[in-house]
Design a protein around this ligand. Structure first.
Ligand SMILES: C[S@@+](CC[C@H](N)C(=O)[O-])C[C@H]1O[C@@H](n2cnc3c(N)ncnc32)[C@H](O)[C@@H]1O
Length: 309
């Protein structure tokens, strides 16, 4: 099987916990209700979820299509397939949920198999997202639905930050944005994928001949306000502490690799590292003092299209 990136195994702790923690409060329930209508979900559908991880799309939408329906989660990681199979015993009632080890570039289904073929944060990690999308189209029935949930993180990284950290001077702000832009190029060069892919999916769908293409955004806002009441804010604080404070060296090293691959130079990276360390200290203090706030945005697209009849 061809893997998207040799070095990433989503069943390893630091990746897998994202599939758990980041998924906990990812959608407002009323948004899912609206999306289920927009997507024309009905009980009894046959669904395929490509790069399914722990089956997140299966369980958030099960209520709308699962009764008498069939859900097939496909993932390159057989460990995740095992974990997802175990977890599905708790949610896949009244229908069939099956998890299969398989490759997005060569899906283990016949042509015209499913009413609904979907993915979430898969294309953004692939070296050849168009190939994966064309496989999704192949597997959909004529008239069937293709749905891709993918972010445009580049656009949100370039937007003005909405948080309580002190304003940086213009040069520092420009350095942060420049590093993000160069890393974005580097990530694509390294075959780690394009995290701005969400806004490009409609054009990719059009090129593959899909019709009735439409796009919406998840309306979730990253909102943190002391004293961080409720499970959602507590979960966000937990994730921030883990990723930005405890695992910062791991993520810094990935940033360095992508920055250099994207054409950045080592001296500029060291300036970036110093600035990040400075920001991290202020961040840490605000978190410890319980004064950190954010009302941040992200661009997380839900794009749908249909295979022509
Ligand atoms: C960011 S995770 C998303 C998981 C899930 N869709 C979700 O939203 O929780 C990306 C998933 O794609 C899987 N993956 C990566 N490359 C793949 C490939 N070529 N074929 C199938 N799955 C792949 C990874 O193992 C991982 O579980």
């Amino acid at each position: 099987m061809s893997k998207d990136r040799e070095e990433v195994d989503w069943s390893e702790a630091c990746w897998k916990e994202m599939l758990i923690d980041q998924r906990k409060f990812m959608w407002h329930q009323d948004t899912l209700d609206k999306f289920a209508i927009w997507l024309d979900l009905v009980p009894g559908m046959t669904a395929v979820d490509v790069g399914c991880g722990l089956g997140n799309l299966g369980y958030i939408y099960w209520h709308y299509f699962g009764k008498g329906g069939r859900y097939f989660g496909v993932d390159i990681s057989s460990k995740l397939v095992q974990d997802a199979t175990e977890a599905a015993k708790n949610w896949a009632t009244g229908g069939e949920a099956k998890f299969i080890a398989g490759d997005a570039y060569k899906l283990p289904f016949s042509d015209n198999f499913a009413n609904w073929v979907m993915c979430q944060t898969l294309l953004m990690h692939l070296e050849k997202p168009e190939l994966a999308l064309s496989e999704m189209v192949r597997v959909a029935k004529p008239g069937g639905l293709i749905m891709c949930n993918e972010p445009d993180n580049l656009s949100s990284a370039l937007a003005k930050s909405c948080w309580s950290l002190p304003e940086l001077d213009i040069e520092e702000e420009v350095l942060l944005k420049k590093v993000y832009l160069i890393c974005h190029k580097g990530s694509i060069k390294l075959g780690r994928g394009d995290d701005s892919i969400g806004s490009q999916v409609p054009v990719m769908m059009e090129k593959l001949g899909l019709v009735d293409i439409e796009a919406r955004l998840n309306d979730k806002v990253e909102f943190l306000h002391p004293p961080y009441e409720g499970p959602q804010q507590q979960n966000s604080i937990y994730m921030i502490k883990k990723r930005i404070l405890d695992q910062s060296e791991f993520w810094m090293e990935r940033t360095r690799e992508e920055f250099l691959a994207g054409g950045g130079d080592q001296d500029e990276f060291e300036r970036y590292r110093k600035l990040s360390d400075k920001v991290k200290l202020i961040f840490q203090k605000q978190l410890v003092d319980g004064v950190y706030t954010t009302c941040g945005h992200g661009f997380f697209y839900v794009i749908k299209g249909r295979k022509p009849k």
